[in-house]
Design a protein around this ligand. Structure first.
Ligand SMILES: [Zn+2]
Ligand SMILES: [Zn+2]
Length: 338
């Protein structure tokens, strides 16, 4: 199994998890172009991705989502509340008069009819278009709410002139999962767990490959470490764990008081201190690699986060075998393979 952290931090998050047969991207918090660039740097083939999984709808986790999903024509897995919140976020709120609204509905109808006509013509020209659609995935027990559509435009982020540009919240396919309920994509078994964070329905993930019995987890954007997260992080071989801020730097830093309160709250982010406390007291010491992630560029220094976690581990002599790495905001880290 392999974990490739493409980006981690308050300005964008994205990680590839790969088993023998399946590859998924967790979060798409950079532009599509930047994600493609980072995958190339890390030698991860975007065309081999089977799905995108979303932890929650904050911008640093979804910035490139719609463009990337449409470009790769792969399904996106959300919880239903997260999907709804994301759609609301992507839908610009405008007020208009009734007459303007009628005009808008009429224009949409015409655009849809034109698009349908174009798609029909394309389908006639390319009867095997289906074969280039999303890859099959075993999502038994999940609700498929949108059939895969054949995107006709070669979509570019910087091509606003595209005539039939789709609704910004449209995706090739959407699958719902529920925190606490295990599901599979190919040979990858996935258990989402609820995290305390100020989003609609935030979660972390545990990934397990049936053939390799290796377990990897992603746990970031946590206000604190509740018992369900501690339980989810037992017997993990590679753990991407939040170490967001240094308490003193945050308190003395430039953020407005309300933002400081939000970060410090039980639905904000884990401090270096809180992460160290978890490692010292509750962590089972199982991981070969602990990757510290979601560091704030304003309120943390990577060396401080590392020192704090290493000290916590050092207090527990038998855990010296655990390697602690730092994820980066600006570049992918070397893929971790077990
Ligand atoms: Zn968040
Ligand atoms: Zn975040």
């Amino acid at each position: 199994m392999r974990m490739t952290v493409l980006a981690s931090g308050s300005k964008g998050n994205s990680t590839v998890i790969a088993s023998a047969e399946t590859r998924v991207l967790v979060d798409a918090g950079l532009s599509c172009r930047e994600l493609m660039k980072r995958m190339a740097l890390a030698k991860e083939d975007p065309a081999a991705l089977d799905a995108i999984l979303i932890t929650h709808e904050h911008q640093d986790h979804v910035a490139g989502l719609s463009v990337l999903a449409r470009r790769l024509r792969i399904p996106v897995y959300f919880t239903e509340p997260t999907h709804r919140a994301w759609i609301r976020m992507m839908t610009p709120r405008t007020t208009m008069t009734y007459a303007k609204w009628l005009e808008h509905v009429q224009r949409e109808k015409e655009a849809r009819a034109a698009l349908d006509a174009l798609e029909t013509a394309e389908a006639r020209l390319q009867p095997d278009l289906e074969s280039s659609g999303p890859k099959p995935c075993d999502a038994s027990g999940l609700i498929q709410i949108e059939a895969a559509s054949s995107d006709v435009e070669a979509e570019e982020e910087d091509a606003p002139e595209a005539v039939f540009r789709r609704d910004s919240a449209s995706l090739p396919a959407v699958e719902y999962f529920q925190p606490g309920t295990n599901f599979s994509i190919g040979d990858l078994s996935i258990t989402p767990f609820t995290t305390p964070h100020d989003a609609a329905d935030p979660c972390g993930f545990v990934f397990e490959s049936a053939s390799e019995s290796i377990r990897m987890a992603i746990a970031t954007d946590l206000g604190y470490m509740p018992p369900n997260v501690k339980r989810a992080l037992e017997r993990i071989d590679v753990l991407l764990l939040e170490s967001n801020h240094d308490l003193e730097m945050l308190k003395d830093g430039p953020y407005p008081w309300a933002v400081k309160q939000r970060v410090l709250s039980r639905v904000g982010h884990l401090s270096n201190h809180a992460t160290a406390e978890f490692l010292a007291r509750d962590y089972d010491g199982n991981a070969t690699y602990i990757v510290l992630g979601h560091l704030s560029e304003t309120n943390n220094i990577p060396e401080l986060a590392l020192l704090s976690a290493e000290e916590a581990i050092r207090e527990r002599g038998r855990l010296l075998g655990n390697r602690i790495l730092l994820a980066q905001q600006s570049a992918p880290i070397v893929p971790i393979c077990l």
